[in-house]
Write a new protein. Structure first.
Length: 484
């Protein structure tokens, strides 16, 4: 019996779909048609996809290059990965109707490997939120519960993959924007090491080096293969992650030996851990012991409050530049008619910071990187909750609030466990190991040493085999509601 005799688009990951296309079970055009049908059926309810690129996709289908994922449909987030001829709004009303003129390097790598880009996903303005509820295109709903946050900033991407519109979608992470949506929607999400994937050609770095570019997936192997296909230096790169000793896909299939797992279950920012998240974390500790790993309590020696303040300053400065640049480019005033009130408040604060204060913030990130890096002298991988809460009710953090203090406090609280990896440039992943009593997804975060994606993929592959999650489908899903 053929391994494709029971093939299902809904249950297939990107690699499985590509193999089915290669075997002639379905054509690339049929795979794209299935994705388009799923978007058409589910997007009115979820609002995950805000623009379609049908003409560009059809042009791709007429001349697809060969590759391990050739013919697989994918979506782009509507900010950093510019795609020539496609809409690009940055989630801002000021840029409504903008069309990109050139490709981001990561888009070039998608196209070279035959991935078919179907459209753009929803995001908060300038990706500056851990919720996806922009004034421009409205709230993205969580396929697991419509009144719960889908996370952000890659919330549209997360909803699309979780609901099986596409098997894979671009995402980026400057303060948890891959890991938080992954945790809230039951997906696997890895942010690579700084310098692992390209940021250009327009930008040399994003948010002062805090941002890494990658994808949200349902399977570990999809994420690993996508990193194989998109990693590597580009002209003018400011950073270069260490060259891996093996492919990431091979690492994901290789069983890890016993590891020293550093355990960090509290964070010194006054963050309260939800009891159900604490239960999930405790169950993960038991699983790690069962798999033969050693648990080592870890207490970081960096100043978490100072780090949060530095992150807030960096985000404010970059938001100030983005608002000013977009207002000038599109000839609109920097007012609430065109920009989110929270981002205008961040702009005002960012413009008040002196050059000395900004350099101090950069130095704080650098100091954290060194302190955080020393933790890996005593452990191989660090384990924490991804988010201290279950997916909150929508409206948090509220970008329509003009209070910078209230907005940034909520932002920093929800993303607290994500801060150190962004500051240090370390790879980190959210693994969808658990659900709450009400069926809401709960991710557990694992952080590796700089350049240590292979270590994380190997561990993730082991966890996926020991505690499978791909059969958990949300109530809002292509093909109808299935088992939670």
């Amino acid at each position: 019996m053929s391994k494709f005799s029971n093939f299902s688009y809904v249950s297939s990951d990107a690699i499985g779909l590509a193999q089915a296309i290669s075997a002639g079970v379905l054509s690339s055009a049929e795979a794209v048609s299935e994705a388009r049908n799923a978007i058409a059926a589910l997007n009115p309810e979820l609002n995950a996809v805000i623009a379609l690129t049908d003409e560009l996709a059809d042009r791709q289908l007429n001349a697809l290059p060969s590759g391990p994922l050739s013919g697989v449909p994918v979506l782009l987030k509507d900010d950093c990965p510019s795609y020539a001829g496609a809409p690009m709004s940055f989630g801002s009303r000021a840029a409504r109707g903008n069309v990109a003129e050139r490709n981001h390097e990561i888009v070039n790598r998608y196209l070279a490997n035959g991935l078919v880009i179907l459209g753009k996903t929803n995001l908060p303005e300038f990706s500056c939120n851990v919720a996806t509820e922009p004034s421009l295109s409205g709230r993205t709903r969580n396929p697991w519960h419509p009144e719960r946050s889908v996370g952000g900033s890659s919330g549209g991407a997360a909803a699309a993959v979780a609901a099986r519109m596409v098997p894979i979608a671009y995402a980026n992470d400057g303060a948890g924007s891959i890991r938080i949506p992954a945790s809230f929607t039951g997906l696997f999400g890895l942010r690579p090491s700084r310098g692992r994937t390209p940021t250009g050609p327009v930008s040399a770095e994003n948010w002062g080096g805090l941002v890494s570019h990658h994808v949200l997936t349902r399977s570990v192997r999809d994420s690993a293969l996508m990193l194989d296909l998109t990693s590597g230096l580009e002209p003018g790169a400011m950073y270069a992650a260490p060259t891996p000793k093996t492919s990431f896909l091979e690492a994901a299939a290789a069983a890890p030996g016993p590891m020293r797992i550093g355990v960090l279950d509290t964070y010194p920012l006054g963050v309260t851990i939800d009891p159900e998240v604490a239960r999930a974390f405790s169950e993960t500790e038991m699983l790690m012991k069962k798999l033969g790993h050693e648990l080592i309590p870890i207490r970081p020696d960096f100043d978490a409050e100072a780090l949060a303040g530095a992150l807030a300053d960096i985000v404010a400065v970059y938001t100030a530049m983005e608002v000013a640049d977009v207002a000038e480019q599109f000839g609109v005033p920097a007012t609430e008619d065109y920009f989110e009130p929270a981002n205008l408040a961040l702009k005002a604060y960012g413009e008040s910071l002196s050059a000395t204060m900004i350099l101090r913030a950069r130095n704080r990130l650098s100091a954290t990187a060194r302190s955080f890096g020393r933790l890996f002298e005593n452990c191989d991988v660090l384990m924490t909750p991804t988010v201290p809460e279950l997916p909150p009710l929508t409206g948090r953090p509220d970008a329509r609030s003009s209070s910078r203090e209230a907005f940034i406090a909520d932002f920093l609280s929800l993303s607290a466990f994500c801060h150190p990896a962004n500051a240090a440039g370390n790879p980190a992943m959210s693994v969808p190991l658990h659900t709450s009593n009400d069926g809401l997804p709960i991710g557990i975060q694992f952080v590796g040493p700089y350049g240590g994606e292979a270590v994380l993929f190997s561990l993730a592959g082991q966890l996926e085999a020991a505690s499978p999650w791909q059969e958990r489908l949300p109530p809002v899903c292509h093909g109808g509601a299935q088992s939670v």
